[in-house]
Design a protein around this ligand. Structure first.
Ligand SMILES: Nc1nc2c(ncn2[C@@H]2O[C@H](COP(=O)(O)OP(=O)(O)OP(=O)(O)O)[C@@H](O)[C@H]2O)c(=O)[nH]1
Ligand SMILES: [Mg+2]
Length: 370
């Protein structure tokens, strides 16, 4: 048996969700947990139009979950959704005393981010995202304490007053910290802006690699530009942005290629906003290279998710090359099907790992940037 922390995954889905989608959602949550360093012991799915507003799963299910967790020695309950502060508070009331943590998907993503962050910029952005994620929960906790303190007779009023003061102190602390992080990030952004302007003045055009997490973006940057970057078979290996240079013989010019954080579905807008500075290279790029892992049977919805995030970033109008990656592990039949299905996107079929068709990709970049 694995020594890694054990977790129970929980997902509530509308009744019309297909079995495939339901499986895909939990598979993704499991990949996140494995990336974090955990181990799934049970997956629980419930079909319901809307989750319970007090405890996410219904009351009966909470007890069932607790029994399972105690019997199997689970250390985590991970909810495949964004928990409302009220729901988290109520669930923690049940699980905390058994030393079982309750996390939602964003908690898990933020934990992975914290583990993978190396640059000051990434660390600041993660702290900002964490504050924004935790803020409402802390306020909720304060409200509950205040309510409990103020309910009874004798001394309740004083406790209530203390509770209010504590919330005020906490709110002020969070606001001050947020302001400081934003100021620090502004300095970094300014510096990057200066570098971007300099590159622009030198006549360099830029292409930004974008795509779902684990599609092979960093491998492509390395194969195109020889820039050494972190490449790993895990989610969110990259959290900062890297730039390399590639010479395009067709236009006898070098262009800059950037690689950045990958996208994932259900990313809350605050998290995208917190990473604004890292995503700046994408936002200001002249061209996007959308990398897709076409060996992945879930490529369709992942492409959609990437396009949705790009839209939120205001990038959807940019010229885009679709690079269908990992063709080295693609059977001929599947390739034929994909070719037919995505003809309208005019994709380039590549293998970033085996350096297949990178010359065709370079020609495509030259055509647009030349
Ligand atoms: N077979 C095959 N594997 C590839 C190819 N390109 C990348 N990979 C593998 O896919 C995994 C992810 O590659 P990365 O380049 O780290 O992916 P990424 O898109 O940068 O991922 P994140 O930074 O985590 O979002 C690694 O195990 C790579 O070795 C390819 O062309 N073929
Ligand atoms: Mg990467």
């Amino acid at each position: 048996m694995s020594k890694l922390p054990k977790a129970i995954l929980v997902d509530i889905l509308p009744p019309n969700t297909t079995a495939e989608d339901s499986l895909a959602r939990l598979n993704e949550l499991e990949s996140l947990l494995v990336t974090y360093g955990g181990f799934v012991i049970v997956r629980k799915t419930q079909k319901k139009q809307v989750p319970d507003y007090r405890t996410y799963v219904g009351k009966g299910k909470v007890n069932e979950l607790l029994q399972d967790a105690l019997e199997l020695g689970a250390e985590f309950i991970i909810i495949n959704n964004l928990l409302k502060p009220q729901q988290l508070y109520n669930l923690e009331e049940v699980f905390q005393e058994h030393k079982i943590k309750v996390w939602d998907k964003v908690d898990l993503i933020l934990k992975i981010f914290s583990k993978h962050a190396t640059t000051k910029e990434a660390k600041l952005q993660i702290e900002l995202a964490r504050l924004r994620h935790l803020g409402p929960r802390i306020f909720k906790m304060g409200e509950e304490l205040m309510r409990q303190g103020g309910g009874g007779s004798g001394g309740g009023g004083a406790r209530r007053g203390q509770g209010e003061t504590n919330i005020e102190i906490m709110k002020r602390h969070i606001r001050t910290r947020e302001r400081k992080i934003k100021d620090d990030l502004k300095k970094i952004t300014k510096n990057q802006e200066g570098q971007r302007n300099k590159r622009h003045d030198q006549g360099f055009k830029t292409a930004a690699i974008v795509g779902y997490t684990n599609a092979g973006k960093s491998r492509l940057l390395q194969s195109l530009t020889n820039k050494k970057v972190k490449i790993k078979n895990e989610l969110f290996a990259t959290l900062d942005s890297r730039i390399g240079k590639v010479y395009l013989p067709d236009i006898q010019q070098s262009v800059l290629i950037s690689d950045t954080i990958g996208f994932i579905r259900d990313l809350p807008p605050e998290l995208i906003k917190a990473f604004h500075s890292t995503l700046a290279e994408t936002i200001y790029a002249d061209l996007l290279i959308h990398v897709i892992d076409c060996s992945d049977f879930e490529m369709d919805w992942k492409m959609k998710v990437v396009n949705e995030v790009l839209e939120k970033l205001g990038c959807s109008g940019k010229p885009t090359i679709y690079a269908f990656n990992k063709i080295d592990i693609l059977g001929p039949k599947r390739r034929e099907n994909i070719q037919k299905k995505y003809k309208h996107l005019n994709p380039v079929f590549i293998s970033a790992e085996q350096k297949i068709n990178l010359d065709i990709l370079k020609k495509g970049i030259a055509n647009i940037l030349g």
